[in-house]
Design a protein around this ligand. Sequence first.
Ligand code: BG6
Length: 507
Amino acid sequence: MNKPEPHIIVIFGASGDLTKRKLIPALYDLFVQDLLPENFFIVGVGRTELSDTGFRDKMSGWLPNEAITHAKAEQFLNVTSYITIDTSDAQQYHLLKDKLDALRKQGNMPENYIYYLATPPSLYEKIAQGLTFAGINKDEEDVSWKRIIIEKPFGVDLDSARKLNKSLLNYFVENQIYRIDHYLGKETVQNVLVMRFANGIFEPLWNRNYVHHVEITSSEDLGLEGRGGYYDNAGALRDMVQNHLLQLVGIVAMEPPIHAESKAIRNETLKVFQSLRPIKEEEVAKYVIRGQYTGATMKGEHLPGYREEQGVSPESRTETYVAMKFFIDNWRWNEVPFYIRTGKRLPTKVTEIVIHFKKSPHHIFSHQYETINTHNQLVIRVQPDEGLLFKFGMKIPGAGFNVQNANMDFHYSDVTGVKLTSAYERLLLDCMQGDSTLYIRGDAVEEAWAFVQPILDAWKNHPDIPVYGYPAGTWGPEHADSLIEEPEITWRYPCKNLSNDGEYCEL
Ligand code: BG6
C-alpha cells in the first residue's frame, strides 16, 4: 500500500473524549505500523491553555499500555504539538495558519491538511468559517489538498441536516468533506461487500426470490457512560438508527456497484435510502416500537433505570431502544421485510446482520422440525467475534431422515496473523489517502434523515404513542415481537449461549 502524502492533521477538540479514546490510539497504531508518511504532524487545537509539552504529557496517558516502553511512543509524541485558540473566533485562525506554515517549513511539505472536528456540532460551521477566514480551506489543484472530517450527529433532523450541509458548502466543496460513520470502518461491514460481490454463490440468492426477511441487531449492554446530557436530547433513533443501522442496510441492500470506487459505491447506497418506503406518521405506532430501560439487576449488579441516570430528566420519554419494520421499494427487495433494532442495557454487546432465507417449498421429511421453524440463516457478525455463520439443515446420522440445524462458521480470529484494524484507524487512513468510499456523502445523510423524520414527528405530535419500559438486561420490550406478524418467526436471540457473566456471546 502506498503511504499517504505528507500532511498535517489538525484535531479540533484535542482535549476531548473522542481524541483520547479513539483518535490518538488510532493514529499511534498507524504510526507504529509505519503507515504514516515520513513528514507528518499532529496539531491539537482547543481553548484549554496547554503547552506542547503539556499536550504531549496528556497524550502519553492516552496511548495503549504497551506503548509506554515502546521507543516509537516518544517518536510519535515528538510529531505532536498544540495551539490554544478560541475556535469560535475567526480572527484567531491566523495563529493556526502561522503554526501550520512553520511546521510545513520544518518538514518541507505542501499545504496538505486534514481538519478533524472532534467538537460539539455547534462549532462545525464556526470552524469551517475560521479556516476560510485564514485562507487555509481550499485545495490547490495538483499542489495541495485540504480535507475536513466531521463526526455525527450531522444535524438533529432533516431540516438541520440540510442547513448544515448547505453551510459547510460555503467553505468546502463536497469532495473535501468526510462525514465519518465508524460502523463503515468495521472490518466485517466491509466484508459484506466482498462476500456479496467477490463470490458467485451469494448474489444470485440475495433478493426477494430467496430472502424471506433481513434482520439487523445492534445491542449494547452499557448504559449512558456519562453521556446523559447528550443522549437525553438524542435518543436511540438519532444516535444509532439514522446513521449506523441505516448504513448497514445500505451495504446489505445495495445493487452491485460498477467498480469498488467511492462514487460508484456511494451512488448505490444512496439509491437504497431513496427506495426506503416511507413510514407515514400515522403508521409509526404500528411499525416502530420504542422503549426505555428501567432499573434492574444485571450480571449481579443493581443498575439504575434510565430516568435515574445523571443528566437525564426524571420525566424523560427519550427512547433507549428502537425496533422497526420497513420495506425497500425496488426490484430486488420488493415486499421483503427488514427488521432492525438497537438498544442500550440489553443483555450483551453484539451487532449482527441476519439474512433469513425462504424455506424449501415442500417438506418431504417428516422430522424437518428445526429447519421448518427457523429457515436457513446467514449470520454476519459485525462484533464481537467477527465472522460469518451459515445455518442449514442436515440429516441426523442413523435411521430415517431426521433433520437438524448445523452451522458452518468462519471467525476472523481463526485466521492467523490477521490483526483487525480499529474502525478509526481504517477510516483515518482512507481520508489521508483521499478515499471517501467509507464516508457518508451529504445527499445520503439527507435521505436517511428524510426516512426517520416522520418517526420523529409522530413521537413529537402523538405523545400517546407508548414508550415501553424494559428492565435493564433484557432484550427490550416484548411489544417488539408484534412487529413480526408471522407467528412462526421471532427475532434471533444472538446469545443463546451467553455465559453466566454475560461477557461472551457465541456466534
Ligand atoms: C456511537 C453512539 O455512535 O456508537 C453510542 O453515539 C454507541 O451511543 C456507539 O454506544 C456504538 O458503537 P460501537 O462501535 O461500540 O458499536
